[in-house]
Design a protein. Structure first.
Length: 260
């Protein structure tokens, strides 16, 4: 098993009954498709596709992305195409997961630690004030650019349940309660062009292992965002995955909440 992608199978598979009736075989392959930034049009369409397959989507949104003051150097992100907290509350009420993805899409490794802390606090405070039912202590903070360092990770983990960043999952050595010790979730993505082929390869490679947890970082649909996935491919992918008895497609926070 390639450690860069997959959480140890022993804990996840052992707890697999949590996602089904005890008469069902336990799930062995957990997959999270983690959609970043908060493109309004794409998010509603993604939600619809997931709902059509009986699933909940995983959205990670920029806290200030809808504000006129939002400014970014990234050409594919801007207030005109990003949703606001009316949208995020609507999607959350439909059963989808909405988690923080920075205050202003800033690479926190390229600023001072104090500025990074300030940005994190503004992000989490805004979520607490504007997202219904949101509790920072149950949240997964998803780094912009999947860029982090131990100092800022430790700071964020004082307020959240986990962080998602680039690279493999960082785990403790002992096997008992392994998932409950997991605070740093690794993910992978590809862009800036369409990433259908990349996602297909990563998932097929994962399905050919004995199991674990794969987190893929995605953004918008079709022509929105960095490394978009096509609408048709996403629909066909979920159609296939939900029919595999060993697979569970779940948001990151939901997996952590169920198993900790």
């Amino acid at each position: 098993m390639n450690r860069r992608n997959f959480l140890s199978l022993s804990t996840l598979a052992g707890a697999g009954f949590a996602f089904g009736h005890c008469t069902q075989a336990p799930k062995t392959h957990f997959i999270t498709l983690s959609f970043d930034d908060g493109f309004k049009r794409s998010c509603y369409r993604i939600a619809e596709i997931f709902e059509n397959h009986g699933l909940s989507a995983c959205f990670n949104v920029i806290a200030s992305g809808h504000l006129d003051s939002f400014n970014t150097t990234d050409a594919w992100i801007g207030p005109a195409i990003l949703g606001d907290f009316d949208d995020w509350n609507t999607l959350k009420s439909r059963g989808h997961e909405v988690m923080p993805h920075s205050w202003e899409h800033l690479n926190l490794t390229k600023v001072s630690l104090e500025k990074a802390k300030e940005n994190v606090d503004k992000c989490l405070d805004y979520f607490e004030a504007n997202l219904e039912g949101y509790i920072s202590g149950e949240a997964v903070y998803n780094f912009a650019y999947n860029a982090s360092n131990p100092l800022i990770e430790d700071y964020i983990l004082q307020r959240t349940s986990a962080v998602r960043t680039g690279g493999w999952l960082m785990l403790k050595d002992r096997r008992a309660n392994l998932l409950s010790e997991t605070k740093k979730l690794g993910c992978w993505g590809q862009g800036p062009d369409n990433c259908d082929d990349y996602v297909e390869k990563e998932i097929n490679d994962f399905l050919n292992t004995s199991g674990g947890w794969l987190i893929l970082n995605l953004h918008g649909l079709d022509n929105e965002g960095w490394g978009p996935i096509s609408t048709r491919y996403l629909d066909r992918l979920l159609h296939r995955l939900v029919r595999l008895p060993q697979v569970s497609v779940r948001p990151a926070g939901e997996i952590l909440k169920v198993h900790t």
